[in-house]
Design a binder for this molecule. Structure first.
Ligand code: RFL
Ligand code: PHB
Length: 393
């Protein structure tokens, strides 16, 4: 059986695993990445769309800035819409920060191309991936090309997302989880049509949330709030456009329609682990935390974890464990700030189901909150700071 020895064994070739591998490659630290899907699946996954300024800087620092610089769309602010009116929050003017619309698919494409070009060891299409002896001499086993493989490593990094094996490998008494479910989901579409807006629109309407985002000057990304149990088959293209027209309407503005090329329902959940470290295992990204997408924080949090862990690993191999020992606390301190922001944005912008007094009260209270947030400079500044990305740990 092929038997490899490396310093860092990374499970998962999503954005977190690929980015960490690339950071280690640049630092001259040996690593292996093992992914249980094939390369085409990894490249085809459509997910997040907004990069914080710090995430763009991370890509640039690692020599991966060309794609985002050529194709990324820098946005100075967002629109918040409620009660039939659209209000702009201008990040540039308020705090001199921006965000960049650049799809996760493009980030992953750039990372895969970089790894391919450098010939780094990324095993796609592996099966039976398992981690062993996390508090002793850690190792990874998997099947690849019908052959059993084993990797001995100093450190294992779980970059294998919410459903991965690494977090599950931690004994139950060593890791607690904190979860919050939401009584709604998003139906997301990609459409071949020029975006009808220059910046993202987040709207709360009597019928529920809707959002207009984009992927390029000719591709729009749009979302509508639906019931979590909803079947995507119940949503014809016509029904989706009708809902978007209704929820995004403001006088004097027209939503352009185009062919829908992708349609899916995204569940919503908040989830955080009590520790991102067990023995020689370190978790990054969705393996350790999930946010509802309203604050656009999933991918950015994964990139922030990786930025911290890669510096900690470089220091570790230079003989200093201070940052590695502090990694879990540092990452979670930042993550809980991101969690409360994502929860706040989500609660503010979605219509709770039900016709009882509490639902009616909540809706009016949300409208009051939106009115405050779009008219108080202090409130807008706080939103801007959090949306464009906290720089503190
Ligand atoms: P990923 O992207 O889930 O990658 C994990 C990788 O690990 C692989 N894997 C395994 N590999 C080996 N062995 C195993 N046993 C394995 N189990 C899993 C997987 O195949 C995969 O390749 O996690 P990562 O790298 O931490 O990146 C996190 C981001 O992908 C995530 O936070 C965001 O995409 C979340 N998210 C969104 N965030 C936003 O900010 N805006 C969005 O619009 C948005 N849309 C989404 C999303 C997440 C979604 N999922 C997870 C349901 C839409 C969807 C559908
Ligand atoms: C997206 O473009 O897919 C997107 C943008 C902002 C969000 C969520 C998703 O908050």
């Amino acid at each position: 059986m092929p038997h490899l020895t490396t310093r860092v064994a990374i499970v998962g070739a999503g954005p977190a695993g690929l980015l960490l591998g690339w950071s280690l490659h640049r630092a001259g630290i040996d690593f292996v990445i093992v992914e249980n899907r094939d390369r085409e699946y990894v490249l085809g996954r459509i997910r997040a769309g907004v990069l914080e300024q710090g995430s763009v800087e991370t890509l640039q620092r690692l020599g991966l800035g060309a794609g985002v610089e050529a194709e990324g769309m820098v946005h100075d602010g967002i629109h918040l819409q409620f009660a039939g009116e659209r209000h702009r929050v201008d990040f540039s003017e308020l705090i001199d920060r921006t965000v960049t619309v650049y799809g996760q698919q493009s980030v992953v494409r750039d990372l895969v191309a970089a790894h391919d070009g450098a010939g780094t060891p990324v095993f796609y299409d592996a099966s039976d991936v398992a981690v062993h002896d996390l508090t002793g001499s850690p190792s990874l086993s998997f099947t690849h090309g019908r052959r059993a493989h084993r990797v001995d490593a100093d450190i294992i990094v779980g970059a294998d997302g919410f459903h991965g094996v690494c977090r599950q490998a931690v004994p139950k008494d060593a890791l607690q989880t904190y979860v919050r479910e939401y009584p709604f989901a998003w139906l997301g579409i990609l459409a071949d049509v020029e975006p009808s807006t220059d910046e993202l629109i987040y709207a709360l309407h009597d019928d529920g949330f809707a959002m207009h985002s984009m992927r390029s000057p000719s591709v729009s990304r749009l979302y509508v709030q639906v019931d979590p149990a909803e079947d995507v088959a119940n949503w014809s293209d016509e029904r989706i456009w009708d809902a978007l027209h209704t929820r995004l309407a403001v006088p004097g503005w027209t939503l352009q329609e185009g062919p829908i090329t992708e349609k899916s329902i995204l569940p919503m959940r908040s989830f955080v682990v009590s520790t991102m470290n067990f023995g020689r295992l370190f978790l990054v990204g969705d393996a350790g935390h999930i946010v509802p997408p309203t604050g656009a924080k999933g991918l950015n949090s994964a990139m922030s974890d990786v930025a911290q862990l890669s510096v900690a690993l470089v220091r570790h191999y230079a003989g200093d464990d201070t940052l590695l020992d502090a990694y879990s606390d540092t990452a979670l301190a930042r993550q809980w700030k991101v969690q409360q922001f994502s929860q706040w944005m989500t609660d503010m912008l979605h219509r709770r189901p039900g016709t009882d007094d509490t639902a009616a009260f909540d809706y009016r209270s949300q409208l009051g909150r939106l009115d405050y947030v779009t008219h108080s400079e202090e409130a807008m500044r706080s939103l801007a700071e959090q949306y464009t990305g906290l720089r503190l740990a």
